[in-house]
Unconditional design. Structure first.
Length: 507
């Protein structure tokens, strides 16, 4: 999120309800703002920095459904989670809420624990999405900029310092709400004689101010020993910050350090200072890309690998978060990706598709973040309402992943991996090739791993038993649930599925 204290917008035409929500939320460290109607709510979202919206459905004039639709149709604010508050518990209105884009529902009268639990969960989800989207946006922007440097490179007119200025301009804060960007950047370079030169860049609105500074920092504290680059990040709460020689030397230059990210190799040091929020591994990855471009992207392949590694790490981190209350483990999310890669490669899909599905299949059940643990772990048959809530995880998953083109395959998988080829699946009951190929592949992969693992309502099955169930059916799982081509691929390579389950990973 973009500030230390999350801001919750409560929208209700009844002042008593606003007061009640504020009484729940304010003592837990949330800033609460209110609106009495839809137009007021949209204006506060447009002009403020709202992290979550608690939205009443029944309001005069513009109802909550329309407010939600307008929030979700606004590209700048569609990532704000919306919890709809209603006394209407019927299925039709919940479906209307889902169609409008709401992430969750709370029924009146309010339950304090439920309000706080759902608020905390969705704020955590938003934070993960914000960091994921910001990291990919920055890396994508930097990659495009680096490509242009290479394309337009002219050894006659090339000015190294000018290019450094341009690269810094890509990452430094240039407007007040760029909280994911540093306020100050310091760059150190060693010349051929071993003397260091330090440049300081300060944000001046849309421009930057460069100045030369004298930093008397020991070589080993500023640069690496040559064996490998150094990447570190430190926040105000970290004990290392106050003890850092680097921080003390910067203080002599009237730079008060709240946090920093630092990259260093044996001749180049790049320090990004004072983000308006805690720095994370995502910021370190972005800064690493900047450093590589500052050195003319000497190894484009290494940068791509680093970016993909960051992407994969973030995907699996989000996937692991989604399974915190589920019976599945991190091994499950790795295995299903490998099963999908096996099938995709056997179907002669492009290698890019194979590697993408291997990674993004991990997010197939990310929507279970919204499903209560009592449902996920219930050993008995689910009630109709519980089953409806369980099935909604596909829709929640699609909303969590969002519309970034880089995540389009994950979105398709999350939404369609429970659709069946004969049309008997969910959430939409589509059939045949209406189901994306990613979803058809994932459906079988997920079924295989579910059968192999013990659940609260079933024992673990052997590979042979699982193979027979998928191919011949057992009354509950039937062969016509699967794409025939996908099922044929499984028949031919099922032994490799067993290898993956036993620990052999596919790349």
């Amino acid at each position: 999120m973009n500030h230390s204290k999350p801001i919750i917008l409560c929208v209700d035409d009844e002042p008593l309800n606003i007061s009640l929500l504020e009484a729940f939320l304010a003592p837990r460290g949330y800033d609460v703002v209110s609106a009495a109607n839809g137009p007021q709510a949209l204006e506060k979202i447009r002009t403020g920095q709202i992290d979550l919206c608690l939205l009443d459905v029944m309001m005069p004039g513009m109802d909550g459904f329309e407010v939600c639709r307008r929030i979700k149709s606004d590209e700048d604010h569609s990532n704000i989670p919306v919890i709809m508050i209603t006394a209407l518990a019927d299925r039709e209105n919940r479906i209307r809420g889902i169609e409008a884009g709401a992430e969750d529902f709370i029924s009146k009268p309010f339950d304090a624990d439920e309000v706080l639990a759902r608020t905390k969960m969705l704020l955590h989800t938003k934070e993960l999405n914000d960091r994921l989207n910001a990291a990919y946006h920055n890396i994508a922007k930097l990659s495009a900029f680096g490509e242009q440097i290479i394309i337009n490179f002219d050894p006659v007119t090339f000015d190294f310092l000018e290019k450094i200025d341009s690269i810094v301009l890509q990452i430094i804060r240039r407007k007040l709400d760029s909280i994911g960007s540093p306020q100050i950047v310091v760059i150190g370079m060693l010349d051929t004689t071993g003397n260091s030169r330090w440049l300081r860049y300060d944000s001046k609105g849309t421009e930057i101010d460069r100045s030369i500074v004298e930093l008397n920092i020991d070589h080993s504290c500023a640069f690496s020993d040559g064996s490998s680059p150094i990447m570190v990040f430190c926040n105000e709460t970290d004990t290392e910050l106050a003890a850092s020689e680097l921080v003390g030397e910067l203080a002599k230059q009237s730079i008060t350090v709240q946090n920093f990210v630092r990259y260093a190799n044996d001749s180049f040091c790049l320090i990004a200072l004072n983000y308006s929020r805690e720095v994370t591994t995502h910021d370190a990855i972005v800064l690493s890309s900047v450093a590589m471009q500052s050195l003319f992207l000497r190894s484009l392949a290494a940068q791509v690998k680093d970016t993909e590694s960051a992407f994969e790490y973030t995907v699996f981190a989000l996937a692991r978060a989604s399974e915190a209350n589920d019976e599945d483990t991190g091994d499950h999310i790795l295995r299903v990706g490998n099963y999908c890669a096996l099938i995709a490669r056997h179907l002669k899909m492009p290698e890019k598709f194979v590697q993408t599905i291997r990674i993004q299949a991990a997010l197939h059940d990310v929507g279970k973040i919204h499903v209560p643990a009592t449902i996920l772990k219930k050993p008995d048959k689910l009630t109709e309402d519980e089953w409806r809530e369980m099935k909604a995880h596909t829709l929640h998953g699609s909303k969590i992943i969002g519309g970034h083109h880089r995540m389009s395959m994950a979105d398709k998988i999350a939404l369609s991996h429970h659709e069946r080829f004969d049309g008997s699946g969910y959430p939409y009951g589509i059939s045949g090739e209406q189901i994306p190929i990613e979803g058809r592949i994932m459906n079988l992969a997920d079924q295989y791993d579910a059968l192999r693992n013990a659940r609260c309502y079933k024992p673990a099955f052997s590979h042979e038993t699982t193979r027979r169930i998928l191919i011949d059916g057992d009354g509950r799982t039937l062969p016509h649930h699967f794409d025939p081509h996908v099922l044929d691929a499984f028949k031919e390579i099922h032994g490799s599925f067993a290898d993956v389950f036993e620990g052999t990973e596919v790349r």
